[in-house]
Design a protein around this ligand. Structure first.
Ligand code: FES
Length: 113
């Protein structure tokens, strides 16, 4: 039966590697075997999203942050860091976890099992 499952992809070998990537930055576009993801740091917390604004599918590379929201620079729409919601749309959010020192990104995938 076809169902959605969370699949974890390795992003970084250590939390330090992730922290160093964000020195002087609040958002980074990361490419890996997972594909492309927008990583955001706000108040010491990390978030991961699909790097496409749901308004017109433009990249969020130069996004800004405003009080717990990502601000798309094209038309200034804002999306919550907590759930990706904003302006009646939803920015796809991915989960991030640290396990045994390594950082993983979780994405829902369709599975037969
Ligand atoms: S493309 Fe992002 S707000 Fe319009």
């Amino acid at each position: 039966m076809l169902s959605k499952k969370l699949k974890w992809y390795p992003l970084f070998e250590s939390q330090q590697e992730l922290d160093e990537l964000f020195i002087g930055k609040h958002a980074v576009v990361h490419r890996s075997m997972f594909g492309e993801a927008l990583l955001v740091k706000d108040n010491g917390n990390y978030y991961a999203f699909k790097n496409k604004c749901p308004h017109q599918n433009k990249p969020l590379n130069d996004c800004e942050l405003n009080e717990g929201h990502i601000v798309c620079v094209y038309h200034r729409y804002q999306f919550s860091l907590e759930d990706g919601k904003g302006h009646g749309m939803c920015l796809d959010k991915y989960q991030i976890k640290t396990e045994e020192g390594r950082v993983f990104l979780g994405k829902e995938v369709w599975s037969l099992f």
